[in-house]
Design a protein around this ligand. Structure first.
Ligand code: HEM
Length: 252
């Protein structure tokens, strides 16, 4: 054995290349993982949904703080978020594999295992912790949109559905919308961005896949369908969601 190793080292020293047997033995001891290949994880509709949602929510925060005439735009952006949420619910059922709710509906047990470090995320779609933040954000956004639709500030602004509820309900909804609801949303957005920065510092880059759609993964990892037919389906669903939001807005 000692002779074999000495022979290999001499081979490397003299020829400047490893002994063929050395390569073979190294490969046997440290089998290198197969080369990673780009796999489509976030289909185009999911990426458009995400970045339009970011724009709309930032616009809502700004216009909500400016108040006055900006409330017209606040209401329009709120209806835009309504359309986006309706679209996302539909896309969670029929969208690409990794955008489907079923792919990130983790049980509390799985989440606890993940948090305790006992189970690793598969590194493909949303991790259990990421999924929790996504569910929380979608839920808080839904409540913000719902309360915004029936809001009544008793001065100049009423939501399009305010007349369908009791005044006391509209006032309670307004108080939630401007108070705890807004704070919860801001806190979740802050956590979301901080988590992404922390992952980035640990070498896990989550933002590029949300821009171009692909992650580098072992060959054979199933991807999300993102072809022309699927995008056409998304367009039809987006138009339907938009029409629904316009109709809700017209009820005011
Ligand atoms: C108003 C602010 C934001 C909101 C409301 C928001 C909301 C969301 C939602 C709902 C998802 C889930 C996407 C889906 O499956 O449909 C998500 C994922 C994601 N967001 Fe945001 N986002 C915000 C800002 C940002 C910013 C500023 C960045 C980049 C720095 C970012 C990067 C990401 C990434 C990389 C994911 C995928 C996370 C993963 O791989 O699990 N988001 N975001």
């Amino acid at each position: 054995m000692a002779y074999t190793v000495q022979c290999m080292l001499m081979h490397a020293a003299v020829l400047g290349s490893p002994h063929p047997q050395f390569d073979h033995l190294t490969a046997m001891r440290n089998p290198s993982p197969p080369a990673l290949v780009p796999v489509r994880i976030w289909d185009l509709p999911t990426r458009l949904f995400h970045w339009l949602l970011v724009l709309a929510v930032v616009g809502l925060i700004i216009t909500g703080n400016l108040g006055g005439n900006w409330m017209v735009w606040h209401a329009r952006l709120g209806l835009t978020v309504l359309a986006l949420l309706v679209f996302r619910v539909a896309w969670g059922l029929v969208g690409g594999r990794w955008s489907r709710f079923a792919s990130f509906a983790y049980s509390p047990r799985k989440l606890i295992h993940y948090l305790r470090g006992r189970a690793a995320a598969n590194g493909v779609g949303h991790s259990p912790l990421g999924a929790l933040s996504v569910w929380a954000m979608l839920a808080v956004l839904t409540v913000q949109v719902g309360t915004g639709l029936v809001t009544d500030d008793e001065i100049a602004f009423t939501g399009p559905l305010a007349r369908l509820v009791e005044t006391s309900t509209a006032l309670a909804a307004t108080a939630w919308h401007k108070g705890p609801g807004k704070l919860a949303l801001l806190a979740l957005i802050g956590l979301h961005v901080v988590a992404i920065v922390v992952y980035h510092l640990r070498g896990k880059r989550l933002v590029p896949p949300m821009l171009h759609g692909d992650k580098l993964l072992p060959p054979g990892t199933p991807g999300s369908r993102d072809d022309a037919r699927q995008r056409l389906l998304a367009l039809v669903l987006a138009l339907g969601s938009g029409a629904l939001a316009v109709w809700v807005g017209s009820l005011g």
